[in-house]
Every structure is written in C-alpha cells, then in structure tokens.
Design a protein around this ligand. Sequence first.
Ligand SMILES: CC(C)(COP(=O)(O)OP(=O)(O)OC[C@H]1O[C@@H](n2cnc3c(N)ncnc32)[C@H](O)[C@@H]1OP(=O)(O)O)[C@@H](O)C(=O)NCCC(=O)NCCS
Length: 211
Amino acid sequence: MKSNRVGIFGTAGMAREACDVAMALGLSPVLVSKDKSESGLLDFDTIPEANIHHYLDMPYVIGIGECALRAKIAARYGKIISFTNLIHPSATFGDRQIEKIGNQKGVIICAGVRFTHNIEVGNFCIFNLNATISHDVVIGDFVTISPQACLLGNVEVQEGTWIGAAAVVNQGCEISKRIIGRNTVIGSGAVVLDNCDSDATYVGVPARRIS
Ligand SMILES: CC(C)(COP(=O)(O)OP(=O)(O)OC[C@H]1O[C@@H](n2cnc3c(N)ncnc32)[C@H](O)[C@@H]1OP(=O)(O)O)[C@@H](O)C(=O)NCCC(=O)NCCS
C-alpha cells in the first residue's frame, strides 16, 4: 500500500503551516529536524536530517521561509529524494493555473491563497496564507510570499526574493513588468510602486530602499 506520509524539512513556524496543508490533504506529515535535539519536542513525527537516507519512500517539501536556506536544502537533496507540491484545498486558481503549478516541485500553497491566470511559478516557492497573485505574474525559484501579500498584474518577482506580510506590489504593464530583483526583501506592509533592485531591502509606503 502506498504511504500517505510527506516529509517536511524544518521545525519552525513555516514547517507547521506546511503540516496544516498536508493534513488538509489527508497526508501524515513527518518533520525533518536539523539535529536530534529537536526530535521529541514537536507534536508531529520527526526524523533527524542525518537519517534521511532511511526515508526515501516518501515525497518531501521544504517548510522553511528563508529562501536561501531552502535553496541549500534543495541542492543538497535534489538527487536523493523526490520533492512534491503541497496545495491547500481552499486555494483557488484561474484557468489552467493548477496544471501549470503541477509541473513544478517543492511548491507550498497555504489556505486561502488566490491565483488568477497566466502565472508562472518557479520551483520551491512558498505562498503563505491568503496571498493573492494576479494575472500575468512571473515568480522565480525559491520565492517566499508571506501572508496576505498581494502581487497585482504584470509583476515579476525574481529568484530568492521574500515578499513580507501584507505587502502590495503595484501592477506593471503588458510591455514592461514591475520587477522585484533577485534575493531582495520587501518588508511587511510595504507598497511597492517602482521596480526594486536585487540584493536589497525595501520598507514603507511607498516602499523605499533601506539596504
Ligand atoms: C523588512 C525587514 C526584513 C527589516 O528587518 P531588519 O533588517 O532587521 O530591519 P530593522 O528592524 O533594523 O529596521 C530598519 C529600519 O526599517 C524600518 N522598518 C523595518 N521593517 C519595516 C516595515 N515592515 N515597515 C516600515 N518600516 C520598517 C525600521 O523602523 C527601521 O527604521 P529606522 O532605521 O528609521 O529606525 C523586517 O522588518 C520585515 O518587515 N520583515 C517581514 C516580516 C514578515 O512579513 N514576516 C512574515 C512571516 S510568515
């Protein structure tokens, strides 16, 4: 009989959010902790990362909000284990969008997330509770979209970028998307009106670069 377990890297808040998604799908989450000391402190079955070779029969996701750490884990285990997507049944999707996301791996979509249509999503992206992703958006690998963040239409969020809770990225246009560069952080509650550089942090309304 096929196991209904799913491995979830991480033991902090994002891993627990991923557990909720797994359970809503009727799956049994197994957390993967960094070291043995974390085992037993948690409400869920937990295995230490060092023992992962004994658990190759289940698919995995990476329940860690930090984009760079997700990238590291994906690189470390990409050839050894299989990664799946976890999509909460309450998330909604526009025309053919769910099929498109189905071609990716390691994507976690929490309760209440809304995708409209013609949206490209990279691998290992996280869409936290109630985020809204509008039409013609392009999202690179390892992007984290925090709760209630809103990407309006024709936005591009490049690889490794973190959009904070309730941040809004205003729309670009069909011939020129609004671009948020690679490895950038957009603070909670920010309203982004212009393109944002790579490797930078922006906060406030309107968003301004602070580092
Ligand atoms: C943007 C962020 C990463 C900055 O963190 P940081 O680098 O530690 O920055 P600091 O806290 O030192 O703040 C630096 C300055 O930016 C301001 N600032 C920080 N975050 C801000 C925000 N979200 N909105 C407005 N101003 C903010 C601080 O007041 C401070 O201003 P000052 O220099 O005038 O005193 C962080 O504040 C943030 O918003 N994180 C997102 C949280 C989130 O969405 N979590 C989701 C979890 S699921």
